[in-house]
Design a protein around this ligand. Sequence first.
Ligand SMILES: [Fe+2]
Length: 77
Amino acid sequence: MNTAISAIYYVEAPDKCDLDLIDPRANIDYFDPGLTFAGEGKNLRLRCEPGELIMFPGWLKHTVPFFADDGVRISMS
Ligand SMILES: [Fe+2]
């Protein structure tokens, strides 16, 4: 992936918007970003509010949990 920064803007949701960030470095031996973070190789769930802009390193894997509410969830990435 050649993306320096990934960004998600949460436009609308009936409640919080969960975002899972997954550190891929534990499974990639050859990738060395030159940085060391506490909790390297760990996963993190962010609880975001509509109206928030979330930015993170482009190499960080990410996903959202299944959405089953009757309302709408709109985000731009
Ligand atoms: Fe994405």
